[in-house]
Design a protein around this ligand. Structure first.
Ligand SMILES: Nc1ncnc2c1ncn2[C@@H]1O[C@H](COP(=O)(O)OP(=O)(O)OP(=O)(O)O)[C@@H](O)[C@H]1O
Ligand SMILES: [Mg+2]
Length: 253
């Protein structure tokens, strides 16, 4: 096994409480499975909307010392206190490998990360502006996709743990492929990525481990066997037929 920062996650016995996040299938299934092992520098969590991917990777990020809304480990800001208590029950088995960099990025709160960097740079400081590490242009003054790639290209330095929640949200297919190349470069520099995604392109990253979250299990799967890949493939291969299938039987209002 490659020397990864995170080798395994497990759950403490859970509190007997109702509601979020304790009743989510992903939490029950993780407890039932006795944990989850990481074998590849790039791990994807895939699954239907609402199955619990963000909840799980947020808990991993928090257990590793990140801010719930994202950023590097030194970021301390909060616009909304909505994170779950799951991280307090998550046991993370780490290697002895020294982590030099890290970033937790949520598509949902990227805007707040950008605001926080601008805010830090408005305060008097001795060193160079923080935005210099992010390409020099305020992330707010670039498009969503541009700012996202600027962040990865300039700020991610390698030898780091990068936890990304739906990074494809910002990116065109061409830029998404660019991101895959950047991920490869960072992996060659000793990094580990844990990513939640709906993108059939991204999840095809070579030798990645794909975990599919369902109502009944968390299971390793080939990206080709995910619903995301199959449905997209079917759609692209036979768009007219799929559209016909989707719309033809719709009764007229
Ligand atoms: N702060 C919260 N309080 C209560 N319920 C929540 C909270 N956050 C998420 N949930 C619920 O938990 C479930 C899992 O949400 P989560 O955001 O982890 O799903 P997801 O797999 O990331 O979905 P998506 O693919 O849409 O991003 C959802 O049903 C959601 O409504
Ligand atoms: Mg999510």
């Amino acid at each position: 096994m490659k020397d990864l920062f995170i080798k395994q996650i497990r759950l403490d016995p859970l509190p007997i409480e109702k509601g979020y996040p304790w009743e989510l299938p992903v939490v029950k299934n993780l407890a039932k499975a006795g944990g989850l092992e990481f074998h590849s520098p790039v791990t994807f969590f895939v699954g239907e909307n609402g199955i619990g991917k963000s909840t799980l990777i947020e808990a991993i990020a928090l257990a590793m010392g990140f801010n719930p809304e994202g950023g590097s480990k030194s970021f301390r800001f909060s616009t909304e206190d909505s994170h779950s208590q799951l991280s307090e029950h998550l046991l993370v088995t780490r290697s002895l490998k020294r982590q030099r960099d890290g970033f937790f990025l949520r598509a949902e709160s990227f805007y707040n990360v950008a605001s926080y960097i601008d805010e830090l740079d408005r305060q008097p400081a001795l060193g160079p502006p923080i935005i210099n590490s992010y390409g020099g242009i305020s992330l707010h003054k670039q498009s969503h996709g541009e700012s996202f790639l600027a962040l990865v290209e300039n700020r991610f330095g390698g030898n780091g743990l990068y936890i990304l929640d739906e990074p494809e949200a910002a990116l065109s297919p061409a830029r998404l492929m660019r991101l895959m190349v950047l991920i490869r470069d960072l992996v060659q520099k000793g990094s580990q990525f844990i990513i939640s995604t709906h993108s059939p392109i991204l999840m095809s990253y070579p030798d990645a481990e794909v975990y599919q979250l369902t109502e009944t299990a968390i299971e390793p799967v080939s990206y080709r066997n995910t619903e995301h890949f199959r449905l997209t493939q079917q759609f692209v291969n036979d768009t007219e037929r799929m559209l016909k299938y989707l719309f033809d039987d719709t009764p007229n209002e």
